[in-house]
Design a protein around this ligand. Structure first.
Ligand code: 5AD
Ligand code: SF4
Length: 441
């Protein structure tokens, strides 16, 4: 029998993209090849997200599609893995359309689950672990260009923000052995990669203790950045309560650590922040922003915002708009609050902001961010940046695109360079999404 074909769809965050790479590595070791064609697959997996209700609704729609595939080709195995598998557990089997349910800490067990599936006998493993970090597994990279890779440095989350399902779906926080992280980064560098993004739910609480001493996130970031000055380092996500002066100073001390910090604010209202259990105030947050700006005036700051959390008033909402103005975010991910069953908020506070009010507030937030993003881009016109080329621009085959250190997308006419090259560009003009540039020396 030939090797079997595995097809995976990935939803949700970068962490899930990284997990999908781990799943491919585990399955490759057991005789499965990756396919990007669902009609060719022996196994169809969806690596899922539970963060908001609409993320889950999308997956339910996909399960219906997968069922059609199964009908045409009996024997095809359908699995739901990741956060939604962990949250819904056996309930996912009720439809009879799913053969495997596996949570984020069960991926080593996937080959066994696949082998055990029989008609009418689905398999489930949703045990969470205090130790699993998949530290020894070399992920099968899914990126197309071989330039930029994700490296998972920790799993789980201990924060228990009241709106958030992640602590329940990904379990307790645990850090990965720094030696395995540095080894993986060295391998990526040797394979020609030019950029790594260190991933964790809350990277600032990374901590490793061994006989040789302790390693915190700032130490780890320095170790990774010192692998090569040619290798760019990014990281996500920081928590405003934990981002330390040491970390900010470590970033400032190394030019290959990219000038972009994702610092989710969620709300500008102290009353909302308290209710969200974020454990910082507006004043504290702005203090962290001031420290970042002092050490790295050129550092982009991006954020996540939730509109319409429980009991949010117009005044709370205006506080969110005003903190956005005050920080002048370069980019933001913006959401309406979506109640998640089992969270502290779902258990304690009514989801009482009417949907049309949530939508209106979200639209005001988006409109403001569009202006802030454009203003931020306009400030870059006339500056020169070093860009890591990602490949041809989507719009125009005669142009290349790539990101500046501040993570902004740059496009420029260029017939010489290729993905993975560093080039210097001057910014000529901009849109709200892109810096339009020319090559310079
Ligand atoms: N509703 C809406 N947005 C949420 N987020 C997390 N949980 C919810 C929820 N229940 C957002 C937060 C977080 C981002 C990853 O998703 O802004 O930072
Ligand atoms: Fe990622 Fe959170 Fe979605 Fe899980 S629920 S996939 S951790 S965004």
């Amino acid at each position: 029998m030939g090797r079997k074909k595995l097809y995976i769809e990935t939803y949700g965050c970068q962490m899930n993209v990284s997990d999908t790479e781990v799943i491919f590595a585990i399955m490759a070791g057991r005789g499965y090849d990756r396919t990007e064609d669902i009609t060719d697959a022996d196994i169809i997996l969806a690596n899922t997200c539970s963060i908001r209700d609409n993320a889950e609704q999308r997956i339910h729609g996909r399960i219906e599609q997968f069922a059609k595939e199964k009908k045409q080709r009996p024997g095809v195995i359908v699995g739901i893995v990741g956060c939604m598998a962990e949250r819904l557990k056996e309930a996912l089997l009720d439809s009879g359309k799913v053969d495997i349910v596996a949570g984020p800490d069960s991926y080593r067990n996937l080959p066994t689950l696949v082998d055990a599936v029989r008609p009418g006998h689905p398999q489930i493993d949703v045990m969470l672990s205090h130790e699993e970090t998949y530290a020894d597994i070399s992920p099968v990279r899914m990126d197309k260009n071989g330039v930029s890779a994700f490296v998972s440095i920790m799993r789980g989350c201990n924060n228990v923000c009241s709106y958030c399902v992640v602590p329940y779906t990904r379990g307790a926080e645990r850090s990965r052995d720094p030696r395995t992280i540095v080894r993986e980064v060295c391998e990526l560098h040797a394979a020609g990669y030019k950029e790594v993004t260190l991933l964790g739910q809350n990277v600032d609480s990374y901590f490793w203790k061994s006989k040789e001493g302790t390693v915190d996130f700032a130490d780890l970031l320095a170790m990774v950045a010192d692998v090569s000055p040619e290798l760019r380092v990014r990281f996500s996500t920081s928590h405003p309560k934990d981002i330390s002066d040491k970390l900010i100073e470590t970033m400032a001390s190394r030019s290959n650590i990219c000038r972009c910090i994702h610092l989710p604010v969620q709300s500008g209202s102290d009353r909302m922040l308290e209710k969200m259990r974020r454990r910082y105030s507006r004043e504290w947050y702005l203090g962290r922003v001031a420290k970042i700006r002092k050490e790295m005036p050129d550092c982009a700051i991006t954020t996540d915002i939730i509109a319409g959390f429980c009991s949010e008033t117009e005044e709370d909402h205006r506080d969110t708009l005003s903190i956005m103005e005050e920080v002048g975010y370069d980019y933001a991910y913006m959401f309406q609050y979506s109640e998640r069953p089992g969270t502290l908020a779902a258990r304690n506070y009514p989801d009482d902001v009417p949907p049309e009010v949530k939508t209106r507030r979200l639209n005001e937030i988006i409109e403001l961010q569009n202006r802030l993003g454009l203003e931020s881009n306009k400030r870059d016109v006339g500056k020169t940046f070093t860009v890591l080329v990602e490949g041809p621009s989507k719009r125009n085959a005669d142009e290349l695109c790539g990101r500046a250190s501040n993570n902004k997308m740059c496009v420029f006419p260029d017939k010489v360079h290729k993905a993975g090259d560093y080039v210097n560009v001057e910014v000529l003009s901009c849109t709200s999404a892109t810096l339009i540039c020319k090559l310079t020396r």
